[in-house]
Design a binder for this molecule. Structure first.
Ligand SMILES: C[S@@+](CC[C@H](N)C(=O)[O-])C[C@H]1O[C@@H](n2cnc3c(N)ncnc32)[C@H](O)[C@@H]1O
Length: 282
């Protein structure tokens, strides 16, 4: 099956290139608020207060919901954030996942339902979400702190009747009971990946599972924060089309293009001003 993949180096708060109701899955991982600087002055999160962070993310979700077909899924990977103790402010956790779910439902409950969250338990290879090391007053009570070695994947469904695939396509996507149980289990356990060219890459496995769970071959997958291009790579490998938005990270847009090119080996068409279009050669 030939698939197509587009990358737009733009702010995903507005996605005019994406047709309404054209995507079966939106799958992404949020910028990490104030704990990760992706290097772009226009990035969401790093310079923002919490209300501003959610307001901007809200624009992205509104656009994503517009882009989703009825019955389409929106899956958002997000971790809570710890705040170090500084000058009289105690160590504490910002429940970003809880805020995210309540914020989305407060604004979109007329055309979206929340279907729960998967807990992705990982062996962290960075200390950005609190790490899993011994923290606090070890080996004595009472000032120990919970190890933050997990993140969430919040799952939402756009209301309405989803498009039905043909019999042949449906048969191609059939799962065994074992696979179904593994994917739809509320807790996933696999490692994160080494962060080499980008500071917040999620593993292929995360994208692959969600694509398998919520799309058929030939469906369209959107990632509003494409980063190094993981979602596009997995969509390509698994016979789904993709669209990704990425503002640019690291030392700038040329660096960003190089990182994506490295990951997506079939990305070989010269890029225009703002969009890179790379039809796959299967
Ligand atoms: C958590 S990372 C995504 C990583 C990705 N899942 C991967 O596997 O490489 C979030 C990304 O969002 C990008 N970003 C931040 N604000 C953005 C915006 N307004 N529009 C598009 N991308 C943005 C950052 O540059 C960063 O690369």
């Amino acid at each position: 099956m030939t698939t197509t993949h587009y990358v737009y180096f733009q702010d995903s708060q507005s996605m005019p290139q994406v047709k309404s109701q054209s995507m079966q899955l939106m799958l992404t991982s949020c910028p990490y608020g104030t704990i990760k600087d992706y290097g772009n002055p226009d990035q969401i999160g790093f310079y923002d207060s919490i209300p501003e962070y959610y307001r901007k993310l809200g624009n992205v979700w509104t656009e994503s919901i517009r882009a989703l077909c009825p019955g389409g899924r929106m899956c958002i990977n997000i971790g809570d954030q710890y705040v170090r103790a500084v000058k009289g402010t105690p160590y504490q956790i910002l429940p970003l996942h809880a805020y995210l779910v309540s914020d989305i439902m407060a604004h979109h409950s007329d055309n979206l339902v929340y279907l729960g969250s998967i807990i992705w338990q990982k062996i962290p290879n960075t200390k950005t979400t609190g790490g899993a090391s011994v923290m606090g007053s070890y080996p004595y009570p009472r000032n120990g702190y919970v190890s933050y070695n997990f993140e969430y994947i919040a799952i939402f469904k756009k209301l309405g009747k989803d498009p039905r695939p043909s019999k042949e396509i449906k048969a191609q996507a059939k799962m065994t009971k074992e696979e179904w149980r593994k994917l739809f289990n509320g807790i996933w356990q696999f490692n994160g990946v080494r962060q080499i060219d980008h500071i917040a890459v999620f593993p292929d496995e995360l994208a692959r599972r969600l694509i398998r769970m919520f799309t058929f071959p030939g469906d369209n997958v959107l990632d509003t924060f494409l980063g190094s291009g993981t979602t596009a790579k997995v969509a390509y490998e698994d016979g789904r089309n993709s669209i990704g938005y990425e503002l640019g990270f690291g030392s700038g847009i040329d660096y960003t293009r190089e990182v994506i090119k490295k990951k997506i080996h079939f990305y070989d068409v010269p890029v225009s001003e703002s969009a890179a279009i790379f039809p796959t050669l299967v």
